[in-house]
Every structure is written in structure tokens, then in C-alpha cells.
Design a binder for this molecule. Structure first.
Ligand code: NAP
Length: 278
């Protein structure tokens, strides 16, 4: 089954399930193994790739660039600028360095990794210049809570195309406020660490639900994130079995009974919680 898609504000249609790259290029596996894992994921339809200048000091972007070489047209490419590079001129310079490492002419979605010391207006001016120059096709933010999003709107950030935030069964705080706030304004959310950096794969309740679907706990964790309308999940997997497992999670539909059991094991928020960050 093809992976379900999400339509972004500019009309781009992307798979709801993509691939992360944090910790790639850090020596856990060889570069070619990591490239192959990403390529397998692309072959299986996870064509949205998420990376950042921060990851392995640029090496994760290089690995991503290797993985997409010769097939740029199939890919929706996301990378991020560090907050300490987020002045107008430093944003432009950081983007140019990322383009080189990725070996591409343009980035589909360029995110401010988290809010830092520079005024949001300053960063937005840099993003606008990059848009005009065709170096990025859209921009967004990451780790922005509701108030940050409101500040962004006031700073002239109406063009924000997405907000990438921590979301998984053990981090459900955004269901209380950020998810409804974003849905009302049609700003897509991208869930990072959707399997809690691997920690959810050992959960016994998830194993019980997974057994009903002949699935794995990781797949149930992903299926949970994906059942939120408009949510994009970006699991990272350097292991090819994990890549296959994750791609197949898109085929799982959780039943009302599954969702009830998940609510018991991982209670939804009853009050506002500040956005968590990893
Ligand atoms: P994650 O995707 O929740 O978990 C990754 C870990 O889970 C890896 O150790 C991986 O192992 C393991 N894993 C993946 N699929 C598995 C499966 N099917 N079965 C068992 N284990 C599995 O955590 P994450 O890497 O922190 O988050 C995903 C991506 O989100 C990142 O790579 C990054 O691109 C992005 N991110 C963004 C921010 C931000 O501030 N914007 C912060 C964190 C992450 P193997 O590698 O061995 O397969």
C-alpha cells in the first residue's frame, strides 16, 4: 500500500512517513551502510528526508546527499539552521553550506532548529532572501510551542510551512494545545523521535498491541503518531530491518480498542504542558 500523504500549505504533497538522520555519521555504522539504509527507505516510499547542519557536524547532510544522488526529483528534502546561525546573513551562509554538503540546488523545507537569541524577524528576512534566490522552496520552524508560534505570526512569519516537534506516545503534551492550534491554522506538524529514540521498542503494553496486528512495538508507536490527521513522522533507522519495519507501519490501522489501551498505558494530557525537547 502506498504511504498516506500530507498536503503542505504551498500545495506540495509529501508522504506522512519520512526518515530522520540524527546520529548518522557518528561512527555507529559505516557511511555506506547508512546511505544504503536511507536508499532502501526511499525505495519503500519514505521519500521525505530530514537532516540538519548540526547532525554529526554536517556529515549527516553529506550522507543524505549521497543517498539522494541521482534521484533528487523523488525526494522532499528538509534540513535545519542552528539558532546561533539564524541572523539574516548567517542563515544565508549556513544554507549555502548545507546545499554544498547535500549536493543539491535547492532545499524543499528549511527549518529554524530551535528558537535562539536572534530576533525572529531577522531569521525570516534571511529565509525570504533564500526563497527569492530559489535556494529553498519553503521554510518553517522546529521546537516551537504555541506562544513561539504566536510570536512568529507577529514577527511576519505567516509563511511558516511546518513546525517539527517531539511527539510520541510518551510525549503527548502537544495534543492538548499545539495540535489543535496548528490544525486550526493549517500548519502541518512533523513528529520527531516518534519511537522515543528506540526506547519504545521494549514496551510490554506496545508488545501486547503489536501481537494483535502481527506487528512490532516500533510499528505500533509509528501507527499511533500517524493516526493524527496531517501528522508527518520521521523515524531514523540505520538498520535495514528497522527501515522495512518502519515503512510497513504505514499499513497498520489501530482499532478503537488499541487506542483505548494506548490511552490507558500512555495517558493523554489533561492540562497544558510546556513543549518538551530532545
Ligand atoms: P527515533 O526515530 O524515535 O528513534 C531512532 C532509534 O530507534 C534508533 O536507535 C533506531 O535504531 C531505532 N529504531 C528505528 N526503527 C526501529 C524499529 N523499527 N525497531 C527497533 N528500533 C528501531 O529517534 P530520533 O532519531 O531522535 O528522531 C527521528 C528523527 O527526528 C531524527 O533522526 C532527526 O532527523 C529528527 N529529530 C529532530 C529534532 C529537532 O530538534 N528538530 C530532535 C530529534 C530528532 P537503528 O538506527 O539502529 O535502526
Amino acid at each position: 500500500m502506498p504511504i498516506k500523504t500530507v498536503k503542505l500549505p504551498n500545495g506540495d504533497v509529501v508522504p506522512a512517513l519520512g526518515q530522520g538522520t540524527w546520529m548518522m555519521g557518528e561512527g555507529r555504522r559505516t557511511r555506506s551502510e547508512e546511505v544504503r539504509a536511507l536508499q532502501l527507505g526511499i525505495d519503500l516510499g519514505m521519500t521525505l528526508l530530514d537532516t540538519a547542519e548540526m547532525y554529526a557536524d554536517g556529515l549527516a547532510e553529506e550522507i543524505t546527499g549521497d543517498a539522494i544522488a541521482g534521484r533528487r526529483d523523488e525526494i522532499y528534502l528538509v534540513t535545519k539552521v542552528l539558532p546561533n546561525h539564524a541572523s539574516r546573513s548567517a542563515t544565508i551562509a549556513a544554507c549555502e553550506r548545507s546545499l554544498k554538503r547535500l549536493k543539491v540546488e535547492t532545499i524543499d523545507l528549511y527549518l529554524l532548529h530551535w528558537r535562539g537569541g536572534y530576533a525572529l524577524e531577522d531569521t525570516i528576512t534571511g529565509f525570504d532572501a533564500l526563497l527569492k534566490a530559489g535556494k529553498i522552496r519553503s521554510w518553517g520552524v522546529s521546537n516551537f510551542d504555541v506562544e513561539d508560534m504566536e510570536d512568529l505570526g507577529e514577527a511576519g512569519g505567516k509563511a511558516c510551512a511546518a513546525n517539527q516537534v517531539l511527539y510520541n506516545l510518551t510525549r503527548r503534551g502537544i495534543e492538548y494545545d499545539l495540535i489543535p492550534w496548528s490544525a486550526e491554522r493549517e500548519i502541518p506538524l512533523m513528529a520527531y523521535s516518534p519511537i522515543e529514540q528506540g526506547r519504545l521498542v521494549r514496551n510490554s503494553e506496545l508488545q501486547r498491541i503489536a501481537d494483535r496486528h502481527r506487528a512490532t512495538p516500533a510499528q505500533i508507536a509509528l501507527a499511533f503518531v500517524l493516526q493524527q490527521p496531517g501528522m508527518i513522522a520521521i523515524p531514523k533507522a540505520g538498520n535495514e530491518d528497522h527501515v522495512r519495519d518502519n515503512a510497513a507501519a504505514a499499513d497498520i490501522t489501530l482499532t478503537p480498542e488499541d487506542l483505548r489501551d494506548l490511552d490507558l498505558a500512555f495517558p493523554p494530557p489533561r492540562r497544558r504542558q510546556p513543549l518538551e525537547m530532545i
